[in-house]
Design a protein around this ligand. Structure first.
Ligand SMILES: [Zn+2]
Length: 265
């Protein structure tokens, strides 16, 4: 399983793309998780084919996680995508996403490829992937996701402070990505994660590696400094590419990230 970090930034970051990852399994199946406003351009810069992404999974629909959908669908329409697309979202969040799809093709009403809308269940399968989801603590319902495929397991929080349920999805994963807005501890009723909480997560869940992301711009220098002293934690960044099959190479990347150098495989 390969992970391509499309964006690692917070909602209004001036330096990073809005948070999103692309997952590619050993059969070249591709998912995009979340699609904020700067994600489409980052995808176009990668020369990803218009038919390559089979699924978009929305953790929730705050605009920094969803508003890029209109531009992405518009590009797929303009460059004549033919393959079906599956969109996973929460049932009560589907309507605003459908409005973005309408915007993408307006004044036409038909998209030139099929879109299959799927509600997010607590547990489901997709091809050979085993998937579990759970709510984090966030301003709107946000579904963190655990994906097991090709004998590797990945956790991605979306937005929000860890809950007992989301924490249980992180158990023993090969890699976890946890939203971490702040260097300092935030109050327990906060909508966002923080570094002290992420340090506890690493210990409590047995995750083999934890990438923190969606950090406020102003917190990034202190977070970068702090992760240098926390084994198995790294600050995610735009363009980071990780291969869970080759954890040693990945570890080299963490080390270089912790040292503040580049980090592309
Ligand atoms: Zn949010």
């Amino acid at each position: 399983m390969k992970i391509d970090v499309i964006g690692s930034g917070s909602a209004f970051s001036k330096r990073n793309n809005t948070s999103s990852i692309r997952i590619i399994d050993c059969q070249q199946n591709q998912w995009l998780i979340d699609c904020g406003p700067t994600v489409p351009r980052a995808i176009w810069q990668r020369n990803i084919g218009v038919n390559d992404i089979q699924v978009i999974y929305f953790t929730h629909i705050h605009p920094d996680h969803s508003s890029g959908l209109a531009a992405l669908i518009n590009q797929w329409k303009s460059f004549k995508r033919t393959e079906p697309l599956t969109i996973f979202c929460q049932a009560e969040q589907q309507q605003p996403l459908k409005a973005l799809v309408e915007l993408a093709v307006w004044p036409e009403t038909q998209v030139c490829f099929e879109i299959h809308w799927q509600d997010i269940a607590n547990e489901f399968e997709w091809k050979h992937w085993q998937i579990r989801t759970a709510n984090t603590q966030h301003e709107m319902a946000n579904k963190a996701i655990r994906i097991s495929a090709d004998e590797k397991t990945l956790f991605y929080s979306g937005d929000g402070r860890p809950t007992t349920a989301s924490q249980s999805l992180m158990k023993d994963v090969d890699m976890a990505f946890q939203e971490c807005a702040s260097f300092e501890a935030l109050s327990n009723d906060s909508s966002h994660g923080d570094l002290p909480g992420c340090e506890r997560l690493l210990v409590d869940t047995g995750a083999k590696a934890l990438g923190i992301y969606h950090c406020f711009d102003e917190a990034i220098p202190s977070l970068l400094q702090a992760v240098r002293d926390i084994p198995d934690m790294f600050l995610s960044r735009d363009g980071l590419q990780l291969d869970l099959e080759d954890i040693e190479l990945s570890r080299h990347v963490f080390d270089s990230l912790s040292a503040g150098q580049g980090g592309k495989l």
